[in-house]
Write a protein that binds this ligand. Structure first.
Ligand code: NIG
Length: 381
């Protein structure tokens, strides 16, 4: 059944030829966008929805979350706000709670957060394993994630489990764990950081994953400068995420690569780091994505609008750059072009704001502006 969305005050297509349209319309047929253009030229459809001058944009593409988890880290957050530094070791608290949870509890918690994100306009979401850290719990995390999320990443190399020997654990990740998890995931990731995995260990994990045909992602340069960005670029990872501390060489390497620099502003704020240098990256010619990094430790929010607002108000991105980075940029970080756009052939993932333009995302910080959402052509709210 075809649905005509008309009365669009401002339509962000992210398509270089269509651009941003005023007084526009969009036609969805099943799961797909079949037409976008001036309202006066719109074809007929079975159903007509008038959005009365509101702004319409592609659903958010959240390319970085960690939502297969159980438990709570409020106490760690409180300690951080009292001055304690964020460290990778906090992950172990969530590992304990996740291992103790049933499949049903993990799935219900994941669904609850994905629904929370969708209600705010997120229509394509990546999530990761990484709170299991043994073969059984990483495999069930990947299976559960695959039932709910659009994209699933194996992050067995999130932390060396307390008490384990690092080299033996990397052997396990590169062998038995990867074999068990690979059928459930498209991506593999590694936390290349002081307190997690060093350059050689990270390279081993990424190369073992690539040999099994998985795409690569890297957590890098979150807590200080380090080898994460360089490694990601050398191995043609789709994305290197965090990018909070970058050398000039890192910025140049990203600018001349296919690796997307994913900034996670909610995480930088929640861990009291500086904000990732998105302006520097964009000015150098790098591709920047924005993602929520929703997880119970370093960034407990599913709000992509908050990330866009922060990017504009505090990272000196323009509204158009920030909206692109949170939609088409996220899609690029997932090496997809069916989401993050509103043009014929794209997935019918539509976000209607209760505002006349996307500028209001930054102009009205903190105000919930989501008016309606379609995902794969189905109206969610
Ligand atoms: O992306 N940096 C590593 N992993 C997560 C944090 C996970 C946690 O603290 O539980 C992140 O920030």
């Amino acid at each position: 059944m075809a649905v005509l969305i008309t009365g669009i005050g401002e339509l962000t297509t992210n398509d270089p030829e269509l651009g941003k349209l005023r007084d526009a319309a969009l036609v969805l047929d099943g799961e797909t966008v079949v037409w976008a253009g001036p309202a006066a030229q719109a074809p007929d459809a079975d159903e007509r929805v008038d959005v009365e001058g509101r702004a319409v944009l592609p659903g958010w593409v959240d390319s970085h979350t960690h939502l297969v988890f159980a438990g709570d880290r409020t106490a760690e957050f409180e300690a951080r706000m009292a001055g304690q530094a964020y460290a990778a070791g906090g992950i172990a608290v969530t590992v304990g709670a996740t291992r103790a949870a049933s499949d049903e509890q993990l799935a219900a918690n994941l669904r609850r957060h994905v629904e929370e994100a969708a209600a705010q306009g997120t229509t394509c979401l990546e999530t990761k394993t990484g709170y299991g850290l043994n073969v059984v719990d990483e495999t069930r995390s990947a299976r559960i994630a695959g039932e709910v999320a659009d994209e699933v990443t194996f992050l067995g190399a999130h932390l060396v489990p307390p008490g384990a020997d690092a080299e033996s654990y990397v052997d396990l990740v590169c062998g038995e764990m990867l074999d068990a998890v690979a059928p459930h995931v498209r991506w593999a990731d590694v936390f290349c950081e002081t307190g997690a995995f060093d350059e050689a260990q990270s390279a081993r994990v990424l190369k073992a994953a690539a040999e099994r045909g998985l795409g690569l992602r890297v957590h890098g340069n979150q807590l200080g400068e380090g080898p994460g960005v360089r490694l990601a670029v050398e191995l043609d990872a789709a994305s290197v995420d965090h990018c909070t501390y970058l050398s000039d060489a890192d910025v140049e390497a990203l600018a001349s690569s296919n690796t997307v620099a994913t900034a996670l502003p909610a995480c930088d704020l929640s861990t009291r780091q500086s904000l990732a240098p998105a302006r520097r990256l964009l000015d150098a010619g790098a591709t920047v994505a924005l993602a929520s990094n929703a997880n119970p430790g370093s960034s407990y929010t599913t709000s992509m609008a908050f990330c866009v607002t922060t990017a504009v108000l505090q990272m000196r991105m323009t509204v158009d750059e920030a909206v692109w980075s949170a939609t088409a940029g996220g899609a690029r970080a997932l090496r997809r072009d069916d989401v993050g756009y509103l043009r014929p052939g794209a997935r019918a993932d539509v976000h209607v704001l209760d505002a006349p333009s996307t500028t209001h995302l930054a102009y009205r910080p903190g105000v919930p502006l989501t008016h309606a959402v379609w995902r794969k052509g189905a109206k969610l709210r």
